[in-house]
Design a protein around this ligand. Structure first.
Ligand SMILES: *[C@@H]1O[C@H](CO)[C@@H](O)[C@H](O)[C@H]1NC(C)=O
Ligand SMILES: *[C@@H]1O[C@H](CO)[C@@H](O)[C@H](O)[C@H]1NC(C)=O
Ligand SMILES: *[C@@H]1O[C@H](CO)[C@@H](O)[C@H](O)[C@H]1NC(C)=O
Length: 153
């Protein structure tokens, strides 16, 4: 148990990553920030100099849920992203649970792709610099998190 969230690995043969972030800003601002970042990185323009900060596709969102896809350029593998947002009691802070799962089952060695797919959106949109920013994850729930190089992936 971490912050009241039970972690369940549904399929250990599927590359995936789960991360919990805390930020000291209201969830509605976090949702707007993440959604606009996903839209801004829709086409390949942002990857002309490398990296994976492109080819995101917004599927749908509500004030507390965001669904998107990301295509990894080297492998053409697709990751399914889900962000679930939980307002704090005062609504001045937000807990964000990010989950990325590779559609391609056979890629267990993912080089941190699933972690970076989530993290790049937070970093690129400035949320990692938000007041009170904290990240919680580990190797059990987030594949190759500790060695991921998100400049590349
Ligand atoms: C899935 O991964 C395997 C092994 O890396 C690769 O050969 C295959 O082309 C991938 N399939 C898709 C749809 O990405
Ligand atoms: C991970 O990185 C290594 C070295 O760059 C590469 O050979 C391998 O194909 C990568 N794996 C995936 C799933 O991208
Ligand atoms: C990540 O990859 C970039 C580009 O290849 C490289 O310049 C940088 O040194 C790497 N960072 C780490 C921590 O390995």
């Amino acid at each position: 148990m971490l912050l009241g969230i039970t972690v369940v690995i549904t399929d250990p043969t599927q590359a995936q990553c789960k991360v919990i972030w805390l930020v000291g800003i209201p969830c509605r601002e976090v949702t707007a920030t993440l959604v606009s970042q996903i839209k801004a990185w829709k086409n390949g323009d942002n990857c002309v100099n490398g990296g994976e900060r492109c080819l995101y596709e917004l599927q749908y969102y509500t004030p507390i849920l965001i669904k998107a896809l990301h295509t990894s350029r080297p492998t053409q593998g697709v990751e399914e992203l889900t962000f679930t947002l939980y307002p704090s009691e005062t609504a001045s802070a937000c807990r964000v649970v990010g989950l990325s799962v590779s559609e391609n089952w056979s890629m267990l060695d993912d080089n941190g792709t699933n972690y970076c797919t989530l993290y790049n959106l937070l970093e690129g949109s400035g949320l990692t610099k938000a007041e009170g920013y904290k990240e919680y994850t580990n190797e059990w729930i987030c594949l190759e998190h500790s060695t991921a190089n998100c400049t590349v992936f």
